[in-house]
Design a protein around this ligand. Structure first.
Ligand SMILES: Nc1nc2c(ncn2[C@@H]2O[C@H](COP(=O)(O)OP(=O)(O)O)[C@@H](O)[C@H]2O)c(=O)[nH]1
Ligand SMILES: [Mg+2]
Length: 425
């Protein structure tokens, strides 16, 4: 197994898995946390076993479909607020990867201020909605009445933006949100116009100065500083833009909401978090392939839904940024032709993703007759009940697991190449 270095942190292998040691702000805020996402798979497994006992494979099949729908139907709402002209709309457009003038983008025209919450989502991506809230302003501003006018409970987190010091109103709102248990992120925008010393703690303290004023002293200043990010709303690749989205993703709960946020905003996500989230549900996908529309495959001693597996693996490849479109975009940002990055890809299925290649890879794993990884041993009793037996489920899990791990290695190789190029190595 290979050890790779990531641009902004070290990557090492532990117990056959990957462990990212990140020195960045997200880790500082949240600690390294557990590698397990806890997408309630134990309960999913219980339900599956129950279904097989009650109604055999056909009952399991309808439950597997329903389970996938349940995961896919989760919608996450995120709020963005602040004083006028601080970049709320521009921030949302960058999160959503909207280019100037894209249909559905938030208007950044100075005359256009929202009077009631306005929602934005990426086309074809119903799971994640960012809301621009009305401005925090006015002498009579009251956090209570401001929040009363919103469906505050629906938001998983709040970004409060300011392009200079945070105002007393902003801090009062943050205070109230903290009181009701909401995640709050203090985002200092337009840092591209004022880059010096932005990483210093003093800079954060100064921007959050009002937090320490007597009337707000019950707001945890340590919390505020550790949730303080400096961004340019026009450039997601610089300053703390990705870190603030990654902090939101990491801190969101319940786990299904976190999963939805990671997948919807995969291009800004911490890849290790994203991979761990995808990995949790691999046994569900493996069972799907074994029992829903499986077809005979040459030399394979059981039936499999190769077209479904092909789609799953393609989805993993997209999530980990290995699609041509993503590579091309990253290459352009560093002024290089795309092949400079695509040459770093070593996994066959990342380069040549066809149904035939997927079937061959599945056969390879079946011939190896491997066991599932320790974290998936709990699935064995269910896998034994599949029409193709334990071998079918275990081999499919290993196929999907190994694709995800290998794509992850490819993603880090590309990240390392980008870092080398930027350093001028
Ligand atoms: N240089 C720079 N300009 C920004 C940034 N964020 C927003 N702007 C500009 O500030 C103006 C107001 O932005 P807008 O998003 O409409 O602010 P809103 O009223 O808070 O929604 C626009 O002209 C944006 O292009 C930033 O981070 N850096
Ligand atoms: Mg706006």
């Amino acid at each position: 197994m290979e050890m790779l270095l990531k641009g902004d942190g070290a990557l090492e292998f532990e117990d056959g898995g990957l462990c990212l040691l990140q020195a960045d702000k997200v880790a500082a805020v949240n600690g390294l946390g557990s590698l397990s996402m806890d997408l309630e798979v134990e309960r999913i497994l219980e339900r599956f076993l129950e279904a097989v006992k009650d109604g055999g494979i056909s009952k399991l099949a309808s439950l597997v479909k329903a389970e996938r729908r349940r995961v896919e139907c989760v919608t996450v709402h995120v709020a963005v607020t602040g004083t006028p002209r601080v970049g709320k709309s521009a921030f949302i457009n960058s999160v959503m990867d909207f280019k100037d003038g894209t249909d559905g983008a938030a208007p950044t025209d100075p005359t256009q201020q929202v009077a009631k919450p306005a929602s934005y989502r990426r086309p074809g991506e119903p799971c994640c909605m960012f809301w621009e809230l009305p401005n925090i302003e006015g002498a009579n501003f009251s956090p209570d009445s401001y929040l009363e006018a919103l469906e505050v409970d629906r938001y998983v987190g709040f970004f409060i933006l300011s392009s200079s010091r945070f105002t007393r109103e902003a801090v009062a709102l943050a205070n109230e949100l903290r009181r009701i248990g909401k995640q709050v992120y203090f985002v200092r925008t337009k840092i591209d116009l004022d880059t010096h010393s932005y990483k210093n703690k003093e800079f954060a303290e100064d921007a959050l100065h009002v937090v320490t004023a007597d009337c707000f002293d019950h707001l945890d200043i340590e919390y505020a500083i550790s949730h303080f990010f400096c961004v340019s709303c026009h450039d997601t690749g610089r300053f703390d833009f990705m870190a603030c989205i990654q902090a939101l993703q990491k801190n969101s709960s319940p786990p299904l909401q976190k999963h939805a946020l990671l997948l919807s905003l995969y291009y800004l996500a911490n890849k290790m978090e994203l991979k761990n989230s995808l990995k949790e549900l691999i046994p569900v996908s493996a069972i799907y392939s074994c029992i829903i529309d499986p077809v005979p495959v040459e030399q394979l001693p059981y039936q499999a839904n190769i077209s479904f597996l092909h789609k799953e693996i393609r989805f993993f490849r997209t999530m980990l940024g290995l699609d041509y479109r993503d590579l091309n975009k990253s290459a352009r940002l560093i002024g290089q032709p795309t092949f400079v990055l695509s040459d770093e890809i070593q996994t066959r299925l990342a380069r040549e993703l066809t149904e035939k290649a997927v079937a061959e890879e599945l056969l390879r794993w079946t011939e190896k007759n491997v066991l599932v990884s320790p974290s998936n041993v709990k699935w064995l009793p269910l896998l034994k009940t599949l029409p193709g037996g334990q071998l079918s489920g275990a081999s499919t899990i290993r196929l999907l697991d190994s694709m995800l791990e290998q794509f992850m290695d490819d993603a880090y190789r590309i990240q390392r190449k980008i870092t080398e190029i930027l350093r001028g190595d």
